[in-house]
Design a protein around this ligand. Structure first.
Ligand SMILES: C[S@@+](CC[C@H](N)C(=O)[O-])C[C@H]1O[C@@H](n2cnc3c(N)ncnc32)[C@H](O)[C@@H]1O
Length: 261
């Protein structure tokens, strides 16, 4: 019941791509995929247990994240992942800066990488979950859906899309450099003591002239306090200039996004 209310409140209009089933073929690193079958009718007790909504507390166990993403699909809410995605300004900034390459870390089942590739950019995805990495490649979103994620920006000839399963702290994966790196609601999940290392690992993949997009979700925000970005203090301590709309990108800049709710 509660789940249904949540779904009606939050589900974005027209975001029905999850009616497309993920592929069930086995890919390298996607062990266990073929044994997964959606739960058809959760019993009442399972419906009231919302623990599946919570991300796992581990940033090293791929199978905990596989389970998380399977659960989001089973409960019909996997498309919530792109609830806050609107790359209108980002695409403008990339086109005017002549940026071509993007790294999306920890994007899970997000279709943002597909949208950016459809906008003509060369996109690399790095995620710990073999299941999500396999499943997202089996989705064919409509052009309308992709355009919505791009805030209405035009679709061009498709750019390249590459998917890697791996730990973002391992410098051997997707070393770059990339013109843009994007992380959404991922680096904030690291415990305080591990977060600087994770942030640095992602920053190391950014070109000397590029944009680091970091999106944090502040679920505890209550007015009148301003919402907080969990990684802001790291960017400030490292002296990162903030991205300025309409200003040319001449070095490395941080684009910090905070969502609430
Ligand atoms: C909370 S989800 C965020 C998904 C999406 N970016 C969003 O905004 O909702 C965190 C994502 O990071 C991935 N992840 C967790 N630990 C990771 C690691 N060490 N390296 C790469 N990806 C990781 C998970 O598989 C998951 O897809």
């Amino acid at each position: 019941m509660l789940r249904e209310v949540l779904r009606r409140l939050i589900r974005p209009r027209g975001a029905d791509w999850l009616s497309i089933a993920p592929r069930t073929t086995r890919a390298s690193g996607a062990e266990g995929l073929e044994t997964w079958t959606p739960q058809r009718r959760p019993d009442r007790r399972a419906e009231d247990d919302l623990s599946w909504l919570m991300p796992p507390r581990t940033m090293i166990d791929p199978y905990a994240w596989d389970k998380y993403w399977r659960d989001q699909i089973t409960h019909g809410v996997a498309d919530w992942v792109d609830m806050f995605c609107d790359d209108d300004q980002l695409v403008d900034a990339m086109r005017s800066s002549r940026f071509q390459t993007v790294l999306c870390v920890g994007s899970g089942l997000s279709l943002e990488p597909l949208a950016l590739a459809a906008a003509g950019f060369d996109v690399t995805v790095l995620d710990l979950s073999p299941f999500a990495t396999e499943a997202v490649q089996g989705i064919t979103p409509t052009k309308e859906h992709l355009r919505r994620l791009l805030g209405g920006q035009s679709l061009l000839t498709n750019g390249r899309l590459e998917f890697k399963v791996g730990d973002l702290r391992d410098a051997r994966f997707c070393p770059g450099p990339f013109d843009v790196v994007i992380e959404r609601r991922t680096l904030q999940l690291y415990p305080q003591q591990d977060r600087p290392q994770a942030l640095q690992a992602v920053a190391n993949r950014l070109a000397p002239r590029g944009i680091f997009v970091s999106h944090a979700h502040d679920s505890r925000w209550r007015p009148p306090a301003p919402p907080t970005h969990a990684c802001e203090s790291w960017f400030a301590a490292q002296g990162w200039p903030r991205w300025q709309p309409d200003a040319p990108v001449t070095g490395r800049v941080a684009w910090l996004v905070v969502s609430t709710g």
